[in-house]
Write a protein that binds this ligand. Structure first.
Ligand SMILES: [Zn+2]
Length: 318
């Protein structure tokens, strides 16, 4: 009797084992796809995933002007901004609000960037931090290079001075300062900018490195990513990219180059917030400057070209 009972349970165990072994092939396709899900990063309750299928919706078409007014344009010597870039609206930081952060004269930034700065300093008034340089026109960028050349010429040959000015100051259209979302900061009490990472040497700087991504800001050229960005002398250059993209980059510890590469590679990423919400980050190729995304009914979204031949859409259920 006991042996028989044992035999039965052994048979059941074998059946269960067989079932377990073959179960994956019996699952519907969408559940099987779960096995391809990748966790790309985790930070303070945020999680970034790849390999999931975005929710269904209807296709929406975005024109070139809309996409090139977005927050994720890559700008560099290898990818200058298009000459016909939509006009970047900007306001002087100090003319708009009483911002609790000292700013040099005429720091031109978008209203969206200034409002985000207000949110940030409301949390932590950065009284020892100055905003120094905002948006420059192409002519101002060229004037900067000319001024650098004139300065170098005092101690170098014309050829050497020209070469150094070209190396130090990007040409017009090749600097992020042609965007209305970028600025440099100066940290009071810090005099030696030759240090490996000057941002990490003051309390304000450390706070920004730890928290600015929560407000939509990224340090654009982290010294430890210089091999990837190709930029070594801009440790205090910051950029507003919006809360969703900054949170995704902060969660995976990516610079913009790494983020755009991942979007192109995976096509879709999902950022899970500490509240359990999902932000979908989609990437699509540009066709004659335009792109379309599948967006569920009633969802909110924002789109941007990446200036590298693709467009990106961040979307979530409101
Ligand atoms: Zn800068």
């Amino acid at each position: 009797m006991r042996i028989k009972r044992y035999g039965v349970s052994l048979g059941m165990a074998l059946a269960a084992l067989v079932l377990m072994l073959f179960t994956p092939s019996l699952l519907p396709g969408d559940i099987q796809a779960e096995s391809g899900v990748l966790l790309l990063g985790e930070r303070d309750g945020y999680r970034l995933y790849a390999g999931e299928t975005p929710p269904p919706g209807s296709a929406r078409f975005f024109d070139r002007e809309t996409l090139f007014s977005g927050l994720l344009l890559y700008v560099g010597r290898d990818a200058p901004l298009p000459a016909d870039l939509p006009v970047q609206q900007a306001r002087d930081v100090r003319s708009m609000v009483k911002l609790y952060i000292p700013a040099a004269e005429r720091v031109a930034l978008s209203e969206q960037t200034i409002y985000a700065l207000c949110d940030l300093v409301r949390e932590n008034p950065l009284v020892h931090t100055w905003i120094m340089a905002g948006m420059r026109s192409p002519a101002e960028q060229q004037a900067m290079r000319k001024a650098a050349f004139a300065g170098y010429q005092a101690t170098m040959t014309i050829e050497q001075a020209l070469e150094k000015a070209r190396a130090d100051i990007p040409d017009s259209g090749q600097s992020e300062h042609q965007l209305n979302t970028c600025f440099d900061i100066r940290l009071d009490g810090l005099h030696d900018w030759s240090l490996d990472d000057p941002m990490a040497r003051t309390a304000d700087g450390r706070w920004l490195l730890e928290n600015a991504w929560r407000y939509g800001f990224i340090r654009r050229y982290p010294p430890e990513k210089a091999e990837i960005t190709g930029v070594r002398n801009e440790a205090a250059h910051w950029r507003y990219v919006g809360a969703h993209h900054a949170a995704a980059m902060g969660t995976a510890d990516w610079c913009l180059e790494e983020y755009l590469r991942a979007l192109a590679e995976y096509g879709a990423l999902r950022l899970e917030t500490p509240e359990g919400k999902s932000v979908w980050l989609l990437c699509a190729p540009l066709t004659e400057g335009a792109a379309s995304f599948i967006i569920p009914e009633g969802w909110i979204y924002e789109v941007s070209a990446d200036n590298l031949g693709r467009a990106v859409c961040a979307m979530l259920r409101p």
